[in-house]
Design a protein around this ligand. Structure first.
Ligand code: ZN
Length: 405
């Protein structure tokens, strides 16, 4: 089955040749088959008229922590009343996660994946890291794998309060062995109070030896050595990058490591934002992601992150949208995602707006009219006049059934 989406007012392709097209159309199956002017569009099995709306690639959220139980709203409120964020609250979530059943964890992931999808996220990376025991980490990656192909083993999130000694031995030994078959990535929270650079190097190298690819939480709270380690080990991404030296910026600029910025964390901890402008000026590839987690960034909204990046991190609206789509795809080393050229995965968003600029220009407004994954629309709205009710059924699925890959 092929689907022609036509009368697109503005089509953001993220393709260097195609650029941004006006009065455009796109033909999709599971992959993009054709892109060009609406007047020249070929016939297809089905046709959707989006009446001048903007279309862009689906968001690629390359950093989330969705396998957990409970929430930490009181901690957030206390922080907003003046208490600093230390990262120690992670252990609150660990206790709740360990006490939860598999079905409770699964239901929470499904809820958040559905929430993200309705806000335009068509690919989401999901980390473990609230189990911190071999059993609980293994079930975390196993449950995450039910929802996405991009699963990250983050046993090295924080050292468990009950058994900090020898924890790196556990993470790089039996825990890794139990988790590796469900995960594609290995990650570590390289930070004062979590894992130092030497420990982080051990964790990532053990993961690499087990066939996983490395990524890292680096330079979030302090100017540590995480970014340099990321470049040393060719991590796909160094995430946070809030406190960077000139040498860190230079190292990123001369590497294949993406700097993934997570402004939801700075928002939720009332911390200074990373300087995206400085990174872009140096030639670093920048991605935006949600960092969705119950402690330091409980948002699944990529449009919210785009708005923050534009308002507070020096990005233009166009740069921020690129970072949330193509940037995220690079942070996951997925050349099939984040753009809408022929051959790419047909993951796209129809906006209830004439331009991608509106994502930052109209913050907090639900502009995501419809989302397609691999060419299949997930109907978001059945009200009369909805953009996608124009020409019949388009295989609507429940967003809650969505398995993002
Ligand atoms: Zn994180």
């Amino acid at each position: 089955m092929s689907l022609l989406i036509t009368n697109i007012g503005e089509l953001t392709t993220n393709d260097p040749e195609l650029g941004v097209l006006r009065d455009a159309a796109i033909v999709v199956g599971e992959r993009v088959e054709w892109v060009g002017p609406a007047a020249a569009a070929p016939a297809a099995d089905e046709r959707v008229d989006v009446r001048g709306a903007a279309v862009l690639p689906g968001f690629v959220d390359s950093h989330s922590h969705l396998v957990f139980a409970g929430d930490r709203a009181p901690e957030f409120a206390a922080r907003m009343a003046g208490e600093p964020y230390t990262g120690g609250g992670i252990r609150t979530t660990v206790a709740a996660t360990r006490a939860a059943t598999d079905d409770q964890l699964r239901a929470n992931v499904a809820r958040l994946v559905g929430e993200a999808l309705r806000q335009g996220t068509t690919t989401i990376e999901i980390k473990s890291g609230y189990g911190l025991s071999t059993l609980d980490e293994a079930r975390s990656v196993r449950i995450a794998r039910e929802f996405t192909d991009e699963v990250t083993f983050l046993g090295a999130h924080v050292k468990p309060a009950d058994s900090p000694d020898g924890y790196v031995d556990l993470v790089t030994g039996p825990m890794l062995d139990a988790c590796a078959e469900y995960a594609g990535w290995v990650d570590v929270f390289c930070e004062r109070g979590a894992f130092d650079v030497a420990e982080s190097r051990r964790v990532l190298k053990a993961g690499i030896a087990a066939g996983l690819r490395p990524r890292i939480h680096a330079n979030q709270l302090t100017m540590g050595g995480g970014v340099q380690l990321a470049v040393e080990l060719d991590c796909a991404s160094a995430d946070h990058c809030t406190h960077l030296s000139d040498a860190d910026v230079d190292a990123l600029a001369h590497s294949d490591t993406v700097a993934t910025l997570l402004p939801g964390a700075e928002f939720s901890t009332r911390a200074p934002y990373p300087d995206a402008r400085r990174l872009l000026a140096a030639g670093v590839t920048v991605a935006l992601a949600s960092d969705c987690n119950p402690g330091s960034s409980y948002t699944s909204s990529m449009p919210f992150c785009i708005a923050l990046a534009v308002r507070d991190m020096g990005m233009t609206p166009t740069e921020a949208v690129w970072a949330a789509t193509a940037g995220g795809a690079r942070a996951l080393r997925r050349p099939d995602l984040g753009h809408l050229a022929p051959g790419a995965s047909a993951d796209l968003i129809v906006l209830d707006a004439p331009s991608h600029l509106h994502l930052a220009y109209r913050p907090g407004v639900p502009l995501i009219a419809s989302v397609a994954r691999k060419g299949t629309f997930h109907s978001l709205c059945v009200e009369e006049g909805h953009l996608l009710n124009a020409s019949g059924p388009h295989h609507p699925e429940s967003p809650h059934k969505g398995v993002l890959s």
